[in-house]
Write a protein that binds this ligand. Structure first.
Ligand code: ZN
Ligand code: ZN
Length: 677
């Protein structure tokens, strides 16, 4: 049955009309009433739904969007011979939740009895046949996650159909039946699966070998945003379970970011025995009424930044003066918390990176992908970030998971690859890794990976990557103009499908390539693309980034989630990857200059109109003909500060190059008048 607690429809993928608002089922039970189990299948459960039998509350549906089967204990004496009433009802009707429930069964034994009739012994090995931490996903043929009798502990983190193992082994009690077992270990590994049937009393042993499919040598897999229920108080992943999930997803450099707490994972790392797999960093999600900021590295017994501070200037001063802290990430900038949205049009001009209240934007990194809180439009935060870079801010792009859970949102699904030595994941040099992170030597990854290199045809030896500056000098031989030579590579495991690769220059798309994966069923995907730009076509300094987009992942071993704050009922899941900026010095002054700096220079050189006392807009429009759209946009933002409206500059000659800025400014004006977050 399709249930909807309240209108309007949550997702367009559900029918317009639900079957009911709640489930009420009446039935007779012609058996002896003992302790029993109610088993059902559920999917897309976001809110809190209560399961009640004959006015006895059995529990809640699992708050998880994935399709799963779950058990409820029926206490002895609850069932009657006739007129039993089962109900499933949502008590919070302020937010619409479309869910599916069905396949309801009553068993005459309790859950631990019915889930212990058979044993599964699973081993996960790497290509050298050494056991490694991983995730085991246990479903039926259709992909529904199935209940497991064994509970978390001893290096295992267990939920319906999901087992993370810290040492590569798991002995699991299950009900007899048919199972599909899939092993996995995050982005870089294959996901082999087996179908098997076990009868009562039997033990089934299976070994699954993971193939490394995405090579990331010298790139550290980092998740900058990790929670535990132990210290954040919500979600379901305890600190011990977190150790198994991090190791099992191949995260080498997790940042502990519980809300306003600075937690040292090291004792738990040792207890669970995962010291060789990652180097934990103490951090803090500084959770204020004016935004959330992940700050690290911190000290567990050190001072904590004041989360009651509302003034960004004072807040960043406080964060950076907290012992050890070097990084402050702007988290989920498009999400609403405490009725505040950092990048609401009310506060922020996306196109130019301007804060409309003149708040100090001293964060030095920003989440582009938060896999626990994806955006309806996968490019929205990327576009915001381009505005900040064109504004002249040095902001490292970040992918992270914000996972509070074992299974609902996967830890490390969104992640940041940091260019640094990763040969010993348990002994990463934190300061060196963070130097690289702050320089922008990173790749944002969510289900695939893009790499970018650039070089000049006059200096072929000097190929550089993200976070570096390339100096371009014009060739003395006019028959052989200097070329900017760019190469990009997209990689993905066999279970992920890249579709499109784009190169952005100063935040604007320059080249697009369709990726047509022609690989065998278990083969990884890799494609390399090269582009050339004659440097005469670059009017001034600029920066490059590559973006790869692919299909959202449906495999139950690594499903990409829906937005939890959607902008629309229509949602198409996408994977995403982009690189840190490659800076280009094209004007030969030895350094990169931002679009903002060019706009400021042009404006300072513009004659003042003697009648108005303001810059001669016609002259400015004329000098902008040799500059790109990013510089035009920044000029509009600077003119606004002088009280000159976009319409005036458009009329004075910049014309349709002002269209995008004018429309954003209208949206901002409306949001400010209506006080709309
Ligand atoms: Zn947050
Ligand atoms: Zn968080």
């Amino acid at each position: 049955m399709h249930l909807r607690n309240s209108e309007p429809r949550e997702w367009a993928s559900f029918p317009k009309q639900a079957d009911a608002q709640q489930l009420i089922l009446q039935f007779d039970y012609r058996r002896k009433s003992t302790a029993g189990t109610l088993t059902l299948t559920q999917s897309d459960v976001k809110e809190s739904w209560t399961v009640t039998l004959n006015s006895k509350r059995l529990g809640q549906l699992v708050r998880d969007e994935n399709e799963l089967q779950t058990d409820f204990l029926i206490p002895n004496g609850t069932l009657k011979q006739v007129n039993n009433t089962l109900s499933i009802t949502c008590r919070n009707n302020s937010l619409a939740d479309d869910i599916r429930v069905g396949h309801i069964h009553i068993h005459s034994a309790d859950p631990s009895t019915i889930r212990s009739g058979a044993t599964l012994q699973i081993e996960i090995l790497n290509q050298d046949h050494i056991p490694i931490p991983g995730r085991i996903t246990i479903t039926n043929r259709q992909g529904t996650l199935l209940p497991i009798g064994t509970k978390s502990g001893n290096g295992l983190a267990i939920r319906e159909g999901v087992v993370y193992t810290a040492n590569g082994r798991a002995d699991l009690a299950v009900a007899p039946g048919e199972y599909k077992i899939t092993a996995g270990r995050g982005l870089e590994y294959s996901a082999p699966s087996r179908l098997l049937r076990i009868s009562a009393g039997q033990t089934a042993k299976r070994t699954l070998i993971l193939e490394r499919q995405v090579a990331t040598d010298n790139w550290i897999a980092c998740d900058t945003h990790v929670h535990t229920v132990t210290y954040s108080g919500h979600g379901d992943c305890t600190i011990e379970e977190r150790m198994a999930t991090l190791a099992g997803e191949g995260i080498e450099f997790p940042i502990a970011t519980d809300h306003n707490k600075q937690i040292d994972y090291r004792p738990a790392v040792e207890k669970v025995g995962v010291t060789n797999f990652f180097t934990p960093v103490i951090g803090n999600e500084v959770t204020t009424k004016h935004g959330h900021f992940n700050a690290f590295p911190a000290l567990s017994d050190g001072r904590i930044p004041n989360h009651n501070e509302l003034d960004w200037g004072k807040l960043f001063t406080d964060i950076y003066s907290t012992p050890n802290i070097r990084v402050a990430i702007l988290n989920h900038a498009r999400d609403l918390h405490s009725n505040f949205r950092p990048f609401s049009p009310r506060h922020h001009l996306s196109l130019t990176g301007d804060n409309l209240d003149d708040w100090q934007q001293n964060f030095n990194a920003m989440e582009l992908i938060n896999s626990g809180a994806v955006q309806t439009d996968p490019m929205e935060l990327f576009t915001d970030w381009c505005g900040l870079i064109n504004h002249g801010l040095h902001v490292t792009p970040v992918g992270c998971s914000d996972s509070h859970d074992v299974s609902r949102y996967i830890v490390g699904q969104g992640r940041t690859y940091i260019q640094a030595d990763d040969h010993a994941p348990g002994a990463i040099n934190t300061e060196t890794a963070l130097d690289s992170f702050l320089k922008g030597r990173v790749i944002v990854s969510y289900g695939l990976l893009v790499q970018l290199q650039a070089k000049s045809s006059t200096n072929l030896a000097n190929s550089i990557g993200p976070g570096e500056t390339l100096s371009l000098t014009a060739s003395s031989d006019s028959t052989k103009p200097t070329m900017l030579e760019i190469s990009a590579k997209v990689m993905a495991p066999h279970w992920s499908r890249p579709r499109k690769l784009q190169l952005f220059v100063n935040g604007m798309p320059k080249f697009t390539a369709d990726l047509n994966p022609k690989t065998g069923p278990e083969q990884p995907f890799a494609a390399s693309i090269a582009w050339k730009i004659p440097i005469e076509e670059l009017p001034h300094d600029a920066w490059l980034t590559a973006v790869a987009i692919g299909d959202g992942i449906e495999s139950p071993h690594w499903p990409t989630a829906k937005p939890y704050q959607p902008d629309s009922a229509v949602f198409e899941s996408k994977t995403f990857s982009c690189t840190g900026p490659i800076w280009l010095d094209a004007d030969g002054d030895g350094k990169y200059r931002s679009a903002r700096e060019y706009a400021m220079e042009l404006l300072s050189q513009t004659p003042i109109d003697t009648k108005t006392g303001k810059p001669d807009l016609k002259a400015l429009a004329n000098s902008l003909t040799t500059h790109d759209q990013a510089v035009v946009n920044q000029s509009f933002a600077l003119l606004l500060k002088l009280g000159i409206e976009p319409s005036q500059f458009i009329a004075a000659g910049i014309g349709k190059r002002g269209r995008d800025f004018a429309s954003q400014w209208r949206q901002a004006t409306r949001a400010r008048v209506e006080q709309q977050e």
